[in-house]
Design a protein around this ligand. Structure first.
Ligand code: HEC
Ligand code: HEC
Length: 389
């Protein structure tokens, strides 16, 4: 083909495929808007919050809208093409355009940190808006850092913020700009988040159904320290408790530190809260709701789990034939550990504004409920189990 023809051909090809020629799909747009957490800053329906209201489109053209996402004007992070492709921006634009503009922008998703909070936490909440996605203490960000704990100096940390998509190419967090969020400000965040409160261990426990016989079912629990070998945090003083569903008894258990059954009230530990309670004013104050401590729990106490280790535990439940609701009756089962807890590095915690899901001492996570269906176990397909997780 002659060069001119090739050029013309390519031109027509790109014309036909140009996303800008398409009209977006507002329903798909809503999914991407939620999936990429835009709503934490711009409101469920584009009513605004930490970020400006977008409902009605703010009078922006599609090109201006896209530019604001690829090369934001202010502190908002920028999203790469791989994280958020152009055609999805077209859909998000259609979604916000379909919403009625608001008179006044909405409330922040998470309230400001009070002026008595550590400078680093104020920058994290007020200046950069990290806390709109990560909540007051960045429980999960500190956990992902904890998997590589021995590598986490300021440079490693800064890379996760400025070049975030190197590790998470299609992740939910955008790359922040060094100009808009200068290193000096990020050092304050590092001091507060990584040095003062400390990194979290990356621990998880997952339940699954094992063998089913007459009126007995074996439940397996895998506990993992997801830290990277020789880099992640080692964990000690582990207590796992699993709620015993009403009307069932535990006839035995296996694995390191199996302690049998006891009433939850005698254990001295609380289930982890599923959702973090929000504060709606600038004091940051909020009460931790009362926990339900009724019923019995199966308990294991494991002295230590080093990074990249696994424990396989199990117990046997007897009682009436299992139903699809049984999985939900385990909800609230919790994996607790003493060390590292909040403030792992021993400096005083400056926590006027905190995530109330995390306990005062030690740390904990909810146990993932079984997701298998009884169908897979060879029982009637009506009894499908749905995880609430
Ligand atoms: C951490 C909070 C935060 C998140 C998350 C966020 N934004 Fe923003 N957004 C802002 C702020 C603050 C501004 C104001 C300009 C700036 O600071 O860059 C803004 C500005 C914008 C603008 C430009 C508005 C104007 O009038 O020019 C658009 C468009 C936009 N955001 C879209 C999005 C989309 C789409 C997403 C999700 C993919 C998103 N934002 C995620 C905080 C956020
Ligand atoms: C739009 C929501 C959002 C905002 C805003 C946000 N993050 Fe994140 N962050 C995430 C998500 C989601 C992940 C998990 C990885 C992914 O999907 O990108 C993450 C991961 C992290 C990690 C772990 C990285 C690793 O693998 O070691 C750290 C640390 C972190 N964020 C800190 C911050 C800080 C500090 C800010 C503010 C400057 C911030 N984040 C702003 C959503 C967000």
């Amino acid at each position: 083909m002659k060069p001119l023809l090739v050029t013309l051909f390519l031109f027509l090809f790109f014309q036909a495929h140009s996303v800008w020629a398409q009209t977006g799909d507002p329903e798909a747009g809503e999914r991407h808007y939620r999936g990429k957490f835009c709503y934490f800053c711009h409101g469920d329906n584009g009513e605004g919050g930490f970020g400006p209201d977008l409902a009605g489109g703010r009078g922006l053209t599609l090109d201006q809208f896209r530019r604001a996402i690829r090369e934001p004007w202010g502190v908002m992070g920028n999203y790469t093409e791989q994280q958020l492709p152009d055609d999805r921006i077209v859909d998000i634009y259609a979604f916000v355009k379909s919403k009625t503009p608001v008179q006044a922008p909405g409330e922040w998703h998470w309230a400001k940190a009070p002026s008595s909070a550590h400078e680093g936490q104020q920058i994290y909440m007020q200046t950069a808006g990290c806390g709109q996605c990560h909540e007051p203490e960045n429980g999960y960000g500190r956990m992902w850092l904890g998997e590589y704990a021995k590598n986490v100096d300021f440079d490693y940390f800064a890379k996760q913020i400025y070049d975030h998509t190197d590790k998470w190419p299609s992740g939910g967090m955008p790359n922040f700009s060094r100009e808009r969020l200068p290193e000096a400000a990020l050092r304050e965040v590092y001091q507060w988040m990584v040095l003062d409160i400390g990194l979290r261990a990356s621990m998880g426990a997952r339940m699954s159904y094992g063998e089913l016989e007459d009126d007995q079912i074996t439940v397996n629990v895998q506990v993992r320290n997801r830290g990277i070998k020789e880099l992640g945090l080692d964990v000690s003083g582990i207590t796992l408790f699993i709620k015993v569903p009403d009307g069932r008894t535990v006839t035995g258990g296996t694995g390191t530190g199996y302690m049998g059954v006891q009433p939850l009230t005698t254990l001295g530990l609380e289930p982890r809260l599923r959702m973090a309670p929000h504060s709606h004013d600038d004091t940051g104050h909020v009460e931790r709701p009362e926990q339900d401590l009724s019923g019995d729990v199966v308990v294991w106490k494991i002295p230590k789990m080093i990074a990249a280790s696994t424990e396989e535990l199990s117990f046997v439940l007897s009682g009436p034939a299992p139903t699809s609701e049984m999985a939900n009756e385990f909800a609230g089962s919790t994996l607790h550990w003493e060390n590292p807890g909040r403030n792992a590095n021993g400096s005083p915690p400056i926590m006027v504004y905190r995530d109330l899901r995390l306990p005062d001492t030690g740390d904990h996570e909810l146990v993932s409920l079984p997701t298998a269906t009884f169908n897979e176990l060879g029982i009637s397909s009506e009894n499908e189990i749905e995880s609430t997780d």
